[in-house]
Design a protein around this ligand. Sequence first.
Ligand code: ADP
Ligand code: ZN
Length: 723
Amino acid sequence: MPIYQVALPLPKRQLFDYLHEQQNLHPGCRVRVPFGPRELIGVVMSTTQNSPFMSKLKPISQVIDEQPIIDSTMLSLCNWLAGYYHHPIGEVLHTVMPVALRKGESDKPKPIETLRLTQTEPDVIPEVLGRAKKQRELYAELLNHAQTLSVVKQKYTDGVIKGLLEKNLATIELVEDTRIDADFQFNSNVIKPKPNVEQALAITAISQALNKYTCFLLEGITGSGKTEVYLQSIEEVLRNRKQVLILVPEIGLTPQTVKRFENRFGLEVGILHSNLTDNERLLVWQKSRAGKLSIIIGTRSSIFTPMVRPGMIIVDEEHDASYKQQDGLKYSARDLAVIRAKEHNIPLLLGSATPSLESLNNALTHKYQLLQLNQRAGNAVQAKQSVLDITNQPLQAGLAAGMLTRIEQHLKAGNQVMLFVNRRGFAPALLCHQCGHVEECKRCNKPFTVHKSLQKIQCHHCGAARALPKQCKECGHHELITQGVGTEQLSMFLQSQFPQYSAVRIDSDSVRGKAKLDNLLTEINAGAHQILIGTQILSKGHHFPNVTLVVILDADGALFSADFRASEHLAQLITQLSGRAGRAQKLGEMWLQTHQPGHPLLQDLINNGYGHFARFALSERKLASLPPFSFHALFRTESLQAQDGFEFLSHVSQMLQHPQIRIVGPIPAIMEKRQGKYRMQLLLQSHSRAILNQVIGHFSTDIEALPIARKVRWSIDIDPQDF
Ligand code: ADP
Ligand code: ZN
C-alpha cells in the first residue's frame, strides 16, 4: 500500500504518514485522517516508500478531493511560505485555504442565492413601499436585473432586504452559476480621463511588460491619479482575457473603491474582506479558480486566491501595515505578491504616495522599476504644509488658540476641516488630583482609557472595561482628572465651540459594524458633517473633496520612539493625512502642532516632501545597518512566569550563535505585559538573509523540542514590522 505524507494543521514542523490503497492520490488533495482521539483534515503533500513508523501507520479515513484543490503553483508558494517564515507547513496550508474548505466542504461551486423581483412591471415602483427610501432604491435596482444576495448585502442592510421579502415583492432564488468563463467583454465606451504625461508614461511602461514578471513601484503623490493608472493598465490585461488581483488595505476596501472598478468596466468584481461569511468567501475563491471572475479585489489574505489565468497583481498603498499578518503565519501579503507574480510570470504593480523604505530601496537599486507621478491629477493642487510651534502655548482639548481661529475661517468659507489625534476615547489616562494615582489595567500594566459617553474606563490592550470610578482607589479622594486628549474629548470640545456645525468622530469606536464606515463617508461627502475628528482611519486613501484644512494635534511621540521605523511611519501618516486636503478644485492646507518645530525630520518632510525624506532616511538606515540593509528575525514569547520566557529565549540564543548573526536579548518586549502574560523577545540581525534563514531553519525543530518550549507560547516573526 502506498504511504502518503500529509500536512496537518498542527504546530509541528513535519508531515504525517498515512496509508491508503488508492495509488494515485495527488498532492494538493484533502484527506480526513485519524490523529489521536480526533480526526483532522489535512492535505496530501507527497508519497514515500518507507516510514520510520511502518508498523504503526494508520489508514486515511476519507479522501475528500479527487482532484487537487491546491494547485502546483499554490503548493510551491506554500512550501516557500513554510521555509521563509519557518512556519509549520500544515498550518500554512490551513491559512491559505478558505475556512469552508478547512472544514471539509466541497470545492465545487454551490448554487448562488439571488434576489429577484416577484413581478416586474417595467419601471414601476409599487405604492406599498411608500416612503421607504432604501427599499425603493433597491427595488429600482432589481428592476434592471436580479442580483446576488451577497452583493446586495454590501449596499443594503438586512432590514431593507427583509422589507421587500415580507411585502412579497422580491424572493430569494438559488441559481446555478452556469457561466463557463468570466465575462471579459468589458464596456470600452465609458468616458475616462485622458492621462496626463506622467500617467501615460506609466501606463505605457506597464503595458509593455504584460507577459513577464516585472515589479513596478508606482510612487505617486496623493491624488496624482494612481488608481487611474491601475484602471487603464488593467484594460489590456482584460482584453487578453486574463485575471487581475488587486490588494487594498483593510480599511481601504469600501464600496466606493469597488464601484470605481465596476463602473469602469461594467464587469462583476469579486470582493474579499473580513465581513464575508465562510460561504461567500468560498464562492469568490471558487469562481476565481474557475476563471469566472476577471477582477478580484480584497484585503491581505486575498493574496491566496487561486486564478486559472493570472494576468496582473496590484498592491495599492503598499506601505500599509495591514498587509503584514500579526499572528499565526506572520506573512507579508506584499512580499508574497512578489513571489507569486514571479511564480506566475506576470507583472506586479505596487502603488503608494508614501512607499515603504524596503520597496523604495528595491526601486532605487533597480530590482523594481520606478514609475513616478509628481503632479496632482486634473486641476487639484497639493496642500500647503506648515508646523505650528505649541511650546508654552495654552491648549484647549489639545488645540492652540490660533488653530481654533483657523478652523473657524475654513468652516465659515463653507468647507470641511479634519483633525487627527492618535487616541480614541476621551482621554488616555485617569488620575487622582490628590495623590497622583493612575488607574491601570492589572493584566497589562497600562493606564485605562477614559470613555466618557460610555461612562467607562477601558484597557485598549486587552479590552477589559469597568465603570468610570467616582473616587481614587488609593486615597479615596473624589477629584479625578483626565490626562491627555482622545477623539471623544476633541469632538465634544469642537462641537461646543461650533454648535452651528456638525462634528463627527471617525475611529474604531464609531465605525464598528458592517456598513458603518461607508455610510459615514457618504454622509461626509454629502456635506452632512463639517468637522471630522479621527484616528489613523482618516489617513487611508479616502477621498474627501471638500476638506480644505487638516490639523494634526500632536505626533511628537514618534520622534523619540525606540522603534527605528517610527519616523518612517510618522512621515507616511503626515503625508497621507495632508493628502486628504485640497483634493478637488479647492486649495488646502495642513497644520502640524508640535513641540519640536525645528526637528530635522519634520523640516525635511514639510519642505522637501516624502520622497526626499524617504531617500534621506534610507541613507541613515544604511549607515546604521538597519533594514532594508540588514535582515531581522524576532523570536517572541508569552508566558505566565517572566522567567520561562527568558529561559527559552536564552536557549534559542545559544543555539543560534553564528559569526554573521548579531543577537540582541532576551529583553522584555515594549509591551512588557499583556492580558496577564509576560512578553519577551530575542532579535536576530544579519547582513545575509540566506544565513539567517539557514541557521533558523536548521534549528527550528530543535527549538520546538526544547522542554521549556512547553511552558511558553513562542513564535518567529521574519521581517518584523514592529517590536
Ligand atoms: P490616487 O489613487 O493617486 O489618490 P486617483 O486615481 O484617485 O488618485 O485620482 C484622483 C482624482 O483625480 C480622481 O477623482 C480621478 O478621477 C481624477 N483623475 C485621475 N487622473 C486624471 C486625469 N488624467 N485627468 C483628470 N482627472 C483625473
Ligand atoms: Zn489590559
